[in-house]
Design a protein around this ligand. Sequence first.
Ligand code: AN0
Ligand code: CP
Length: 321
Amino acid sequence: MKSFINVQDIGPLEKAMAEAFEIKNDRFKYQHLGKNKTLMMIFFNNSLRTRLSTQKAAMNLGMNVIVLDVNAGAWKLETERGVIMDGDKSEHLLEAIPVMGCYCDVIGVRSFAGLTDREYDYAETVLHQFIKYSGKPVFAMETATVHPLQAFADLITIEEHKTVKKPKVVLTWAPHCRALPQAVPNSFAEWMNAADDVDLVITHPKGYELDPKFVGNARVEYDQKKAFDGADFIYAKNWSNPGVTNPADYGKITCEDRSWTVDTEHMSWTNNGKFMHCLPVRRNLIVTDDVIESPNSLVIPEAANREISCSVVLKRILESL
Ligand code: AN0
Ligand code: CP
């Protein structure tokens, strides 16, 4: 596997899931694969889970790990080509990327959407520069429009906790005080659509339509209560306006309706549904304390599975070196 961005990159999901459970049963089974191989993790944005779980997965595989926080200690990087670099940015990504590529075998990139220019974000401009100029396999650790390591971990978590063959899984928008990217809901929808036995329903206020390429054949239900009816899993996430129905709204907060916050009443509409969120989560905006603390909350097992999803991805990349 030369890059990991979209669900197709992992090949048949059944096989990837089988590998995930194999690794979960024996985390060090492939520890010989990464000997003398170096992973470089590059963060343009903050992280807790991705940083720790990716490093742990790499260590399980016997890899060496280098972490670079671009905005803390490195030269500030210019990402646009053609600008006169007389501002605060000392180095261009077009030199920095091939240099980084010299010191490692695999690169993970976290680079969030700027949320001002839809076309630039949805072209995955920064990620594709890494793919083009590093000469190394590159995987997304949440880029402008996708977070596949999260969606893969979510799928593993659903598989572990489902009580019916084809669970009803509801992706619900929830309110937030800051404009957040669409990467998590995009990948969640993409991966749930790719999984054969998931019945995906997406619910959000009007105007928050996700990009059709991620929504696929999922049902969109604007009435949150109807969407929650009989659900087995509730996956909450805020995202800013994707600018699909109104391009001028891209990246903006166009709804602050707190009635979308997932509370015990919302959960009572479900089929004893499990609560999921990728974390970090702002309590009592996205979800109330009692729901996230309830026995039906899967937020911690979900985070734990990030080590597993990343182990499968790194294993595949190492096998292809
Ligand atoms: C990020 C987001 O919404 O994409 C990361 C989630 C994994 N969240 C925040 O910036 C709070
Ligand atoms: N879920 C997730 O990716 O968390 P971090 O932003 O902390 O890495």
